[in-house]
Design a protein around this ligand. Structure first.
Ligand code: FES
Length: 233
């Protein structure tokens, strides 16, 4: 690759006897998984420029059974936002990648009680339009218990019982080819808890593939094609 716009990873800060500034408090490191090029259902690389703002795209990463949202926001997502997990881990979200720095991705597993898009139905998703739970819209809303996350601010919690932001999926953008790859996560992952909670169901649905690492390619679909029904709230 000639040039890569890579999501800037937060740096671990040294222990300090004084109260750290928000930047110094960024203690959570990114977790790098096997890179996966984002492709369409025909296996062709997704061009960031071809993503439509306001459309809720989904791909599975870093495991075969863990869905993520891919969004192109209407405005640049500048980043530099300090966030915290429910365990107090601090990290800095450095914004979007690609055209206008507007392409972002997050784990689609709700940070409250792990609601996630299944093949049958999704109770969580990006709402571009206003709604009773989404307020003015342009948020990720979970209809299970009404948690709302702001995708333009690292999926911080806007309202509801979620105790932390959705985990960020780190994206790499190849500016020359305009291709996107998922490379890791930042923030409060819920994968262990997810597999403990839904392991039996996932095994029935997917066999032993559920926990397989996504390697090489991840297929991007619109949420309407990923889940047969989409709960509105
Ligand atoms: S599971 Fe999403 S708000 Fe409770």
């Amino acid at each position: 690759m000639e040039r890569r716009d890579f999501v800037k990873l937060c740096a671990a800060s040294a222990a300090s006897t004084t109260l750290p500034s928000p930047a110094e408090a960024a203690t959570l490191k990114a977790r790098l998984y096997r890179p996966a090029l984002l492709v369409d259902e025909r296996g062709q690389p997704i061009r960031a420029e071809s993503l439509r703002a306001g459309v809720n795209y989904v791909f599975d990463y870093p495991f075969a059974a863990t869905p993520c949202f891919l969004l192109r926001l209407a405005r640049p997502a500048a980043g530099g936002i300090d966030l915290r997990t429910e365990n107090g881990g601090a990290y800095r979200w450095e914004g979007g990648v690609g055209p206008g720095n507007a392409v972002v991705a997050y784990s689609a597993i709700c940070a409250h009680k792990l609601t996630y898009p299944t093949r049958q139905v999704s109770f969580i998703g990006y709402r571009d339009a206003p709604s009773p739970v989404a307020g003015r819209g342009k948020v990720i809303a979970c209809c299970s218990d009404r948690s709302v996350y702001d995708p333009s601010a690292g999926a911080r919690v806007v309202s509801g019982p979620a105790p932390q932001p959705l985990a960020t999926i780190l994206l790499e953008h190849d500016a020359r080819k305009d291709e996107l790859a998922a490379v890791g996560t930042l923030g409060g992952e819920k994968f262990d808890q997810f597999f403990r909670t839904f392991g039996f169901r996932l095994e029935l649905e997917m066999g032993d593939r559920a926990k397989a690492s996504v390697d090489g390619r991840a297929i991007v679909k619109e949420l309407a094609a990923y889940s047969a029904q989409w709960a509105q709230c």
